[in-house]
Design a protein around this ligand. Structure first.
Ligand SMILES: [Zn+2]
Length: 145
């Protein structure tokens, strides 16, 4: 059995974070209940990042930065452990702090990356873009009924 068979949603890209290969996947709540109630999710033990597939493109980019450059990078680099030790806080307190940091930091990072043209966010595969377009049209039709 191929490993992709059990992975939910569609592959956006693969990304190397401090030597760890992460898969970034676009998912909806029918693909996995894990995404229910959030826009993105990083599962460190699986090197997996889920991003909700029906967000506005800019929001998807923001979520990408939030998950990759904050959650995945802090964990994979070891920075989360060092900072937690240094701050002498519990795992739960750290998780709360990390989330606040992510919310504060990712819009600034996204804006910097987009306006400076230093780095381009990974393109979504053609098939994914097409399918998302069809989904949005279907959602609009449903809404207009
Ligand atoms: Zn977060």
């Amino acid at each position: 059995m191929s490993s992709s068979a059990k992975n939910p949603g569609k592959l956006w890209c693969k990304i190397n974070v401090c030597g760890q290969n992460y898969e970034v996947r676009l998912v909806d709540k029918d693909d996995t209940k894990d995404i229910d109630g959030c826009e993105g999710l990083t599962i460190h033990t699986k090197n997996m990042i889920y991003i909700k597939d029906n967000l506005a493109p800019d929001r998807q980019d923001d979520t990408f930065i939030h998950e990759v450059l904050v959650h995945a990078l802090l964990e994979a680099s070891g920075a989360s452990h060092v900072l937690r030790e240094h701050l002498k806080i519990t795992e739960e307190q750290w998780e709360h702090f990390e989330e606040l940091l992510a919310r504060l930091y990712s819009p600034a990072l996204l804006s910097l990356l987009k306006t400076s043209n230093l780095i381009k966010l990974p393109e979504k595969p053609e098939s994914v873009v097409r399918e998302m377009g069809l989904k949005q049209k279907a959602a609009k039709r449903k809404k207009n009924k």
